[in-house]
Design a protein around this ligand. Structure first.
Ligand code: ZN
Length: 233
């Protein structure tokens, strides 16, 4: 499209693609909805959740609190978004970098836009001193990775992330799990006697895809009951 400029250009401003669209249909006068951006003021109170992280490497637990802001409350554009994160612990060993990390994550939250990338970034951090299994049998390569795991749980809880499995995959996992549990019903009964916190069958192997101790051997196929990954050998 060519635009003929018949007058002198006296000024200009940058218009983003997002801003251009409503300008075209300005007559509709759509009501303004608040999007997350740096200038959104922190309300007096926020809704939040606190998650406990207990690693075998620290005597004291870490408590991760993520507070959310609810934008456009009561409207069809109502949206719950993370606003700030705090991490508390009696363990002072990691105080310096945890303080820095929480400031930066909170800043990313307040910038608006997609913040789900933080999950993968944090979960891919490896501790050179070695990782550990968290309760439930999932392998955590570092404390940073477990903070990423907590963030993932929270973003799924408030609906900003889905669990990455479609209906078909969920059905497949549920079916495999039911089959496995039926076959090892006797073993399960015995396993239930000790108050184990494992959510996957005892003796499950480590899945190479999602690093959860949830892979069970069935009909010559190693099938993961967490992510559905299946290898037949
Ligand atoms: Zn898996």
């Amino acid at each position: 499209m060519t635009i003929k400029i018949s007058e002198k250009i006296v000024g200009y401003e940058l218009v983003s693609a997002d801003e251009q669209k409503p300008a075209a249909s300005v007559a509709a006068a759509a009501p303004k909805f608040v999007e997350m951006h740096e200038k959104v003021k922190r309300p007096e109170s926020l809704v939040g959740s606190t998650y406990k992280i207990k690693t075998p490497n620290s005597e004291h637990a870490f408590y991760v609190t993520i507070n959310d802001i609810v934008l456009n409350q009561g409207s069809t554009h109502e949206q719950r978004r993370p606003f700030e994160v705090f991490i508390n612990s009696k363990n002072m060993e990691h105080y310096q970098w945890i303080a820095a990390l929480t400031l930066i994550i909170s800043a990313v939250f307040r910038k608006g836009g997609d913040c789900t990338f933080l999950v993968e970034e944090l979960k891919s951090v490896f501790d050179p001193k070695g990782g550990y299994f968290k309760q439930g049998g999932q392998w955590m390569p570092s404390l940073v990775a477990e903070i990423g795991d907590v963030l993932e749980r929270h973003l799924k809880f408030i609906g900003l992330m889905d669990d990455g499995l479609d209906e078909h995959q969920q059905q497949f996992i549920a079916q495999k799990r039911a089959e496995f549990e039926q076959r090892s019903a006797v073993k399960q009964a015995a396993a239930n006697c000790d108050d184990s916190t494992e959510i996957y069958p005892a003796g499950a192997q480590l899945c190479s895809k999602c690093h959860t101790q949830a892979a069970v051997q069935m009909d010559g196929c190693l099938t993961c009951l967490a992510c559905g990954d299946s290898k037949c050998g």
